[in-house]
Ligand binder design. Structure first.
Ligand SMILES: Cc1cc2nc3c(=O)[nH]c(=O)nc-3n(C[C@H](O)[C@H](O)[C@H](O)COP(=O)(O)OP(=O)(O)OC[C@H]3O[C@@H](n4cnc5c(N)ncnc54)[C@H](O)[C@@H]3O)c2cc1C
Length: 574
């Protein structure tokens, strides 16, 4: 137990004080399925390994090997469960009544975060000289966040802060070496005294999260403040959601004289004193419980301007684009974790005289879940590879579309996987309930569904090059499947027409935004599967997803039993 942690810790049974007769056994426990033990989370994920090898080479797969093995241990699973159950505790004041504003975390949280940082899942990819650093990080993120999604939040924000900070060389000089470090250096100290650092973000306010123009936090120029790296201001106002409040710095939006502006707000000032960051409450959330999401007040809080006054949204969008990519990868990881549990359970649970996984209808359900998971993984990895290749036009449109679609699919997919476990799926200690509680989150933050879809339409409107880049990406599969070829022709027409209409009247295409984005994301996924996955996977995916070929629920595959069996076997080799 960490000395500071005073949160709820589940009671443990004390053998020395309990003297009870062993109860008489009334029955033998049979046909109950324990989670898979010692699964190599990376090696067992053929689709992920293939994508990583494709984009970064076998050496990257080998490098991530130890993390994949660790992620499947009982020890790592216990960290995830403990961090989720023994939730963070806010300490607003010390014993003498002085303001403290610190959050205590269970040691398991630190284990998770330390492991992530040490394996380069923070921002290390931005300065790595290895081939395919971003796609390698994405694969590691996919593997490791299956253990716990909550700590993925600070990893993700740390990763995403770097491209935004690079807008200002002086600020980048202070923070980028620390954010890209693989030292997990926990504790509130000034930048100069830290080997490694974590970043957070503060955009959302009570009166508006999506519409950040409604932010009321004020920023008043105060040159010569106790901070390195540029022009200092004093910020006053509040933030309604600020996750990971023990991070070392935050990218914060506030209204400066020249309009909405981005600021770097560190927790500790250059002279070693604390910056004013009053943590009012921690949110009591549906999921993501290991992560402290806080309500914060800023009161003459020091910040350094990042980018020009009035350009805050543009500046912070560089961060948002990277966190949106992580939402795709993180949701793919949640799907994968649910899929593994479902397939494992169905292979070991008997009903009506045979194992569930051998029942034709259950096999169809498992195969359908596997298709969704593989498509999400393939898209996440392709997008991360696009960061490595600096394919900005593709990223501009495909990240938004992917974020919208993959995150939206996660909740129904996890719910169906949970049902594979029957009643046990609904019980917390079996883990699927935690995944289900987690599953809607990525669709809400960093641009909720509608907002994200509208952002995609905005890119259609302003960037013809982005439209052509996504069409070229889908078109790379041309000739591989006639149904996808037809969809590509139709989609090209739809996107170009929508772009033209949006240029004439942006409002005209708003109502259809979800439809356009959904089709685009599915086509991107289908193109990847047609090019790189076995025929059984690609064929079933195109048959059920492209132009609404399938049913409305999972398990409505028109493909035969042998193909379904092949898909399930690929998803988790028996
Ligand atoms: C666990 C958690 C952690 C978070 N951590 C952070 C954090 O660290 N930092 C931070 O800044 N924020 C954080 N957020 C906040 C999150 O990013 C916002 O909740 C989100 O952006 C939505 O903003 P809102 O809650 O104000 O909803 P609103 O903006 O009010 O949106 C409500 C609904 O309206 C829809 N909508 C909005 N505008 C339109 C439109 N023009 N047309 C159609 N529909 C529209 C949205 O899609 C949404 O469904 C966190 C949220 C959660 C749940």
């Amino acid at each position: 137990m960490s000395p500071g942690y005073r949160g709820h810790v589940p009671e443990t049974h004390d053998e020395t004080t309990s003297v009870r007769a062993a109860p008489r056994a009334t029955h033998q426990v049979t046909n109950q399925v324990a989670p898979p033990e010692g699964l190599d989370v990376l090696a067992a994920d053929t689709a992920l390994v293939e994508a990583l090898r494709r984009h970064a080479g076998q050496a990257a797969v080998t490098r991530l090997g130890p993390l994949g093995r660790l992620a499947g241990t009982t020890r790592a699973r216990a960290w995830g469960e403990q961090a989720d159950t023994c939730t963070p505790v806010l300490r607003t004041h010390d014993a003498q009544g002085n303001r403290l504003d610190e959050v205590d975390f269970h040691p398991a949280w630190h284990q998770l975060l330390r492991t992530g940082v040490e394996h380069g899942l923070g921002a290390a990819a931005w300065t790595s000289r290895l081939p395919g650093p971003h796609v390698t990080r994405a694969a590691g993120f996919h593997v490791w966040t299956q253990v716990d999604a909550g700590h993925a939040c600070p990893l993700s924000m740390t990763y995403a802060a770097v491209p935004a900070l690079r807008a200002d060389q002086a600020l980048a000089d202070v923070w980028v070496p620390r954010l890209t470090s693989t030292d997990y250096d926990v504790g509130l100290r000034r930048a100069a005294d830290k080997a490694g650092a974590l970043a957070g973000m503060g955009m959302t306010e009570k009166q508006g999260g999506s519409d950040v123009r409604a932010n009321t936090t004020r920023a008043v120029p105060a040159p010569g403040g106790p901070l390195e790296g540029g022009q200092t201001y004093l910020l006053t106002g509040h933030k309604w959601f600020m996750s990971a409040p023990m991070s070392d710095l935050f990218l914060v939006l506030a209204q400066a004289p020249g309009g909405l502006t981005c600021f770097v707000v560190p927790r500790v000032l250059e002279d070693g004193t604390r910056n004013t960051l009053r943590i009012q409450r921690l949110k009591d959330k549906l999921g993501n419980r290991s992560n402290a999401s806080s309500e914060v007040e800023l009161d003459d809080t020091w910040g350094v301007r990042l980018g020009d006054e009035g350009r805050g949204v543009r500046t912070i969008l560089r961060m948002v684009s990277a966190t949106r990519l992580d939402c795709v990868v993180g949701s793919a990881a949640t799907m994968r974790a649910a899929l593994v549990r479902a397939v494992h359970h169905a292979r070991h649970r008997q009903a009506f005289g045979s194992v569930l996984a051998d029942k034709p209808l259950m096999r169809a359900v498992l195969a359908d879940l596997a298709l969704e998971s593989e498509a999400a993984t393939a898209l996440g990895m392709r997008l991360a590879a696009a960061v490595d290749n600096d394919e900005q036009d593709l990223l501009r449109l495909a990240v938004g579309a992917g974020k919208y679609w993959v995150c939206k699919r996660t909740t129904p997919m996890v719910a169906e996987a949970l049902e594979v476990l029957g009643g046990n799926g609904y019980v917390e200690e079996n883990g699927l309930a935690r995944l289900l509680r987690e599953s809607p989150l990525n669709s809400i933050w960093e641009g909720s569904g509608n907002v994200n879809a509208l952002d995609v339409v905005r890119v259609l409107q302003h960037s013809p090059a982005a439209v052509e880049a996504v069409l070229a990406e889908v078109g790379a599969a041309r000739g591989g499947d006639r149904r996808l070829d037809r969809e590509l022709e139709s989609l090209a027409g739809t996107l170009r027409t929508a772009a033209e209409e949006a240029r004439r009247d942006p409002g005209a295409v708003e109502a259809g935004a979800r439809w356009i984005v959904e089709r685009l994301a599915v086509a991107l996924q289908a193109s990847l599967l047609v090019r790189f996955s076995p025929a059984a996977v690609a064929d079933a995916f195109v048959a059920t997803r492209v132009r609404g070929g399938g049913g409305m629920t999972f398990g409505t595959l028109p493909t035969g039993a042998a193909a379904a069996a092949a898909v399930v076997e690929r998803a988790l080799p028996a």
